[in-house]
Design a protein around this ligand. Structure first.
Ligand code: ATP
Ligand code: MG
Length: 193
């Protein structure tokens, strides 16, 4: 499951858990992006902070792991590179790419999309506020899955922190504490360790 994870929240974790259970996956690999190409105009927290929050959030689940492939690669992150790297590391694995309804709509509009379908099967999960329409999706390569609706976004979490509002229960407790420890999403932000 790729994402900016700025910060990781319970919408991400529920989606990953649901797909993992439904498809009986051995492992769900969270892959924080380097500089996401869709977000070059926006301010994104340093990769190391996003990586560490993802580690904190997933540490207690034996099937959840976090990969550094995207944050250790220079330049903007493209999903095709992510999948090539994961395939190289796990040559015998069957790969699934878990993505929300909003991100899936972007992916199917890419130009090299055919090569993506060869590398992984795509699982599009429902997300409140976005429609997961079947139209235009190649049926053999994309599976749509409904997951419990969590109307949470990282954008909203960042805004709440900036406004001094709580993010308890929207993100895991350890992530609340990490955000406070490094003063993320405030003017005083501290560098990652
Ligand atoms: P931002 O607001 O910064 O874009 P986000 O909440 O959309 O953050 P991302 O890191 O962009 O989080 O999302 C990573 C992946 O998780 C994407 O595929 C996205 O569609 C999916 N996703 C994010 N939030 C949810 C949610 N609440 N329910 C289901 N899927 C989600
Ligand atoms: Mg997003």
């Amino acid at each position: 499951m790729g994402g900016t994870f700025d910060p990781i929240h319970h919408g991400h974790l529920v989606a990953a858990s649901e797909v993992g259970a439904r498809l009986q996956l051995d492992e769900v690999v969270f892959v924080p992006t380097g500089q996401p190409w869709q977000k070059v105009e926006k301010r994104v927290s340093p990769a190391e902070h996003r990586y560490l929050m993802t580690v904190v959030a997933t540490a207690s689940n034996p099937r959840f792991t976090v990969s550094r492939v995207d944050i250790d690669r220079d330049g903007p992150t493209y999903t095709i590179d992510t999948l090539r790297d994961l395939r190289r590391q796990r040559p015998d694995a069957e790969l699934f790419f878990i993505t929300g309804a909003d991100a899936l709509a972007q992916i199917v509009s890419w130009k090299d999309v055919d090569e993506l379908w060869e590398l992984a099967h795509f699982i599009g999960v429902t997300r409140p506020g976005y429609t997961l329409s079947e139209s235009g999706l190649p049926h053999d390569e994309v599976t749509l899955q409904e997951v419990p609706a969590m109307a949470i976004s990282s954008t909203d979490c960042r805004q709440r922190v900036a406004d001094g509002e709580p993010v308890w229960y929207l993100v895991p407790d350890g992530v609340v504490q990490y955000i406070n420890k490094y003063a993320l999403y405030t003017e005083e932000e501290n560098p990652a360790p």
